[in-house]
Design a protein around this ligand. Structure first.
Ligand code: ADP
Ligand code: MG
Length: 458
């Protein structure tokens, strides 16, 4: 099984760390007048550091690998160079640019960004992804779009039907590369890349660069320049991060009380399983809202047309509470999300980072709550080690969890000082709770690797 560690490792390609500089203006990046006008219309006044670093390099035609956390404007950093490239004359007989993304929602979102930034030029973009009848996509592809955005499986499908040719490609982009590998797209991606013209330019964007991503870059990119915009602090600074210790049977009540207390502008409630997501959604919808549509849910078992509608309504604000699996945990950008609730603690540390990254977009403020059952203390600690930051304990009256173990070990005797604090905090004795508010952690723990995570489907 492909194992992907939570940390970038030290093998393979050399990385250039790029200090986030005060970005100048889009005018200094080498973009054409048409593109600059579209950027203006999109309301982007200053390039983000990723954009300031990536765009001028990509415009020279070299391969670039950009590592940056979520919400830093990676999409426009490849969309703009692609637009410039396809505005130049090129080969015929197929699209000029291909963007591969891990999820259907992201395909739609990236296509929307293309459309937003291609206004004023005649560049046409089509999204192809599974779960939608292939016929409509074939018709769209037959109209010779310059840009195709798609999930690897569906892109391959079109290729084998002969409805999508790679022969005219000038530029190929892998967005969220870590995620694509993580969910098992490696063979598809390799098949696609092997069929792309050797002369193509390749851009790769990823929040993390673990060894599998490095391998892909080594094998399929030409002497890539690697730009590292990641900082040690993985989750955005503007996001406040808290946790509740809660008995598993009381999680739903806690959720309701928390939603009442917080009254979020928009919130995503993350659950671990599709069935769990449905259950929480149904209960919330039944109990909370008389105004229909306020609560919605999204996961991989829903028909694609439903998923598209749910995302649209969440984006336009008519849905306020979205209950979701990690299918929307990555890449999806809805800037008015003010709250994240991890109803189930994420199984993998990187998923925590990505879920939480759904709020606090572009420097806005956000808050994330994680529900931790007494048994899940070690998972919380692993997350904290990963983000090198302690989550703040939060409490709602009447929701102190009960520890079913007969005798909890006193905090100071716990082997790591922090490892089992959720369990310890779950006792009824207030002093224990107090003692665990700011657990002292041996310095050596920080920076230590988290557990390996395994490939799995969403
Ligand atoms: P990432 O892919 O790094 O997670 P996105 O590309 O989804 O981030 O961008 C996050 C949000 O920031 C989007 O809503 C996008 O429209 C907005 N955005 C991107 N670039 C700029 C910019 N230069 N100025 C203002 N907003 C921007
Ligand atoms: Mg992105």
């Amino acid at each position: 099984m492909d194992k992907v560690s939570d940390h970038p490792a030290e093998s393979g390609v050399t990385t250039t760390a790029v200090a986030p500089q005060a970005a100048g203006s889009f005018r200094e990046l080498g973009l054409s007048a048409v593109t600059l006008a579209a950027v203006d219309r999109a309301g982007y006044t200053t390039p983000t550091p990723v954009q300031a670093g990536l765009i001028p390099r990509a415009l020279t035609g070299i391969d670039v690998l950009g590592q940056a956390r979520t919400g830093t404007g990676k999409t426009a950093s490849f969309v703009l160079p692609i637009l410039e490239r396809v505005l130049q004359p090129g080969r015929e007989g197929g699209p000029r640019a291909l963007v591969l993304v891990p999820t259907r929602e992201l395909a739609v979102q990236v296509k929307d960004e293309f459309e937003k930034l291609a206004q004023g030029s005649k560049v046409h973009c089509v999204a192809v992804y599974g779960g939608k009848p292939i016929k409509g996509q074939i018709d769209k592809l037959a109209k010779h779009p310059a840009v195709v955005v798609g999930t690897p499986g569906r892109v391959l499908d079109h290729m084998s039907r002969g409805t999508l040719s790679f022969s005219a490609l000038d530029i190929v982009t892998l967005d969220e590369a870590d995620r694509m590998l993580d969910i098992g797209f490696r063979p598809d991606i390799e098949k696609i890349l092997r069929r792309c013209p050797d002369s193509r330019q390749t851009l790769l964007l990823s929040a993390t660069v673990p060894p599998p991503v490095q391998k892909l870059a080594t094998r399929y990119m030409r002497d890539p320049e690697i730009l590292d915009f990641s900082t040690n602090e993985l989750a955005v600074e503007t996001i406040e991060q808290r946790y509740f210790t809660v008995d598993p049977t009381r999680k739903f009540d806690l959720l309701e009380r928390l939603l009442d207390r917080e009254n979020p502008r928009q919130v995503i409630v993350f659950c671990r399983t599709k069935r769990g997501t449905d259950k929480i959604h149904d209960k919330l919808a039944r109990r909370r809202s008389r105004s229909s549509g306020e609560v919605a849910c999204i996961h991989g078992d829903l028909a694609q047309s439903v998923r598209d509608r749910v995302m649209r309504q969440f984006r336009d604000g008519s849905t306020r509470i979205l209950v979701a699996t990690d299918v929307v945990g990555r890449g999806i950008d809805v800037s008015s999300v003010s709250h994240i609730v991890n109803y189930d603690i994420p199984e993998f540390c990187d998923d925590y980072v990505h879920r939480v990254g759904r709020t606090g977009r572009m420097g806005r403020e956000g808050i994330a709550f994680t529900f931790v059952t007494p048994e899940e203390g070690p998972q919380l600690t692993r997350i904290e080690m990963r983000i090198e930051r302690l989550l703040q304990r939060d409490e709602l009256e009447g929701f102190e969890a009960f520890d079913r173990r007969p005798k909890p070990a006193p905090v100071e005797q716990l082997p790591t000082g922090g490892f089992e604090r959720a369990a310890a905090a779950a006792t009824e004795a207030p002093e224990v709770a107090e003692a665990t508010d700011a657990p002292k952690r041996p310095a050596g723990l920080l920076g230590k690797r988290g557990p390996k995570r395994h490939r799995r489907a969403l």
